[in-house]
Design a protein around this ligand. Sequence first.
Ligand code: GTP
Ligand code: MG
Length: 353
Amino acid sequence: MADLRLDTLPGVGPVTRKKLNDSGIHNIMDLVVRGPVEISDITGMDFDSVVNLVNKARYQLIEEGKLEKDFVNATEIYKRRQDLGRITTDTDCLDHLLDGGVETQAITEVYGEFSSGKTQFCHTMCVTVQKPKEDGGLDGGVLYIDTENTFRPERIVTIAKMKGLDPEKVLDRIIVARAYNSSHQQLILEEAGPIIEENKIKLIVVDSAVGLFRAEYLGRGTLSVRQQRLNKFMHLLVRTAEAYNIAAIATNQVMSAPDVFFGDPTRPIGGNVVAHTSTYRIYFKKSGKKRIARMVDSPHHPEQEVIFTLTEVGVSDPEEDSKTKVDKLLSKKTEKKPTAQVRGPAKQGPENA
Ligand code: GTP
Ligand code: MG
């Protein structure tokens, strides 16, 4: 394993190291993730020397194969993308929607109204990420940033048991950080570097990413400050996911757009900030006892919907009888019979706050 200690970097003596440590920069990956602007801001160090330091950190990480080179050709990127980690949802339908599962080096945003299953999805992924690679997991731990106090270890125990895993071991590999306000939420992520390394974290869950920001910055006058801070958080999340090659799931709340007269007026909050930093956006919608998941925004997935349910085991495939019904319906409409319960494409654009 690569040595990420700050003093492996030429020019970092005990004084600089202490200054960096005091500002929450604990290893050379932190230097790269946080970037020179922020570091010089919080440490008071001269900007040019911080740029120099961050560049050295980057070169060292590139040499150790922990970071990408600045210039790479597309073939190399293509090859590397084949190595991206994916975490199975343990359902055919959602794996189909996600092209195999939740991807590393990206933020997968899940938005939907209350009870639509966002938290249940997060709990399920906390268990599946721990499965061995041959079973669709990444054999990794979880950092769960809980902003709504809805993390329930009992649910993890049930889900783990039903998936044939040892619940005690599964609980041990989930590090929960309860965020009390938006600045605390930011701080937790800033301090996450060493925890990610030590616990072989492969998934960060933020449930919910936007809630505290939304609650604290009320009214139009504070909207730009809220968006600025949210932007900072979401960018740090995506940089962390990329740098450590881990998956990030961020849940988001919804609001009803007042200007929509036709179709579904439900829109994710957080506006462009969340839309632009999330690589994948999935919309969870209630439909009686069932749930519909729609891939709303993705660089390479088709826009489509699948039906899933919420059960004791977390997110699940719908029961066989309803599945056959939908399959029959779909095969009547199209020649090609889909493998999972795929519904037709539907339009749903990313939205403003
Ligand atoms: P908010 O956080 O309120 O916005 O909602 P959410 O989208 O996070 O909803 P959550 O994931 O908490 O889903 C709650 C729903 O999951 C409940 O209404 C139940 O339908 C379902 N659910 C939770 N636990 C179980 C369980 O053990 N068995 C079954 N069958 N369903 C469950
Ligand atoms: Mg929830």
